[in-house]
Every structure is written in C-alpha cells, then in structure tokens.
Write a protein that binds this ligand. Sequence first.
Ligand code: SF4
Length: 170
Amino acid sequence: MDVTQTVRIAGTVDDSIVDGPGIRLAIFTQGCSRNCPGCHNPQSHDFSAGSEVSVEELWQRIAANPLLSGITFSGGEPFEQAASLIALAERVHTAGLSVWAYSGYRYEELVDGIPSASAARLLELCDVLVDGAYLQEFRSLELKWRGSTNQRVIDVAASQTAGSVVELAL
Ligand code: SF4
C-alpha cells in the first residue's frame, strides 16, 4: 500500500448500516465533474472543498474497528480519485473485508476505463458497485441499497466473469 497517497473527502461515517451489508466505514469523497442535470448534491462537486486525508489514516481507522464488515466508497465521485482508493481497497481485501462503491458512472463506462484506467482497476477491487446517479424522478423508498430505480446493485466478480452486468440478488 502506498501510504503517501491522499484522498479528498467530504466526510466519513464510522458505523454505517445503510451503505451496504453489515457495519461499514462509509467514505464520501469530495469532487465530481459529471454535472448531471438536477444533481441533488452540488456541494460535492468542488475538488478543492472538503479535506485531505491519507490512505494510511483511513486504513488505521478500519483496522481499529473489529465490528466492520467492510467499507463503502460514495461521493462526490469516488472513481475520479481511483488511483488513491485502489491502495486502500487492496488493503481492505487483504484483511478479508468487502468493498462496495457508489458511482455516477455506469458499470460499462468504468470497464472501458472511463474516467481513467485507474477507475477500471478500482472496479475490479469492488465486490459490489451501485451504478448511476441518484435521480429524484426515479426515487423509490422500496429499494434496497439504492435510492432510485435507474441504479443497479451489481455483483462485480460475476459481471466480470459473464462479460455483462449481473445484478446482485437482493
Ligand atoms: S454523479 Fe452524482 S454527485 Fe456527480 S453530478 Fe451526477 S448526481 Fe451529482
């Protein structure tokens, strides 16, 4: 793990029970360049806002919490800081914990290396990707792990084996 790397974050939630199964450290990255129409979270766009935290500091928080099932990247847009998050995701997997990620990018874009080759690598390190922006017009309170019906909860390993999206059985 490259402990010199840093991530710009809007904040974290130590014991989240709403960002994937079990108890998770939710990491909300700061910065998003996608400019989706009607974005519900415009304060997350500025890459100079929030605060800088080292990958090592995040790892130490994970290691200090024996209750965690895993971590969840959310945003902002985590895949626009993929190079730094790769280092953390690798360490988390080595520790036997799971990695979930929420992204405004679609699975197919990330596989194609959009917005970067690092994004495709980070995707490979995710157990589950919830893809697509949350859209108010498709909002539903009936959904598990997602807020709007356009989003998909994707089993990444099964999708990579199949060569197309396999949604998680919920
Ligand atoms: S990806 Fe999410 S945070 Fe970024 S502009 Fe779209 S809705 Fe907003």
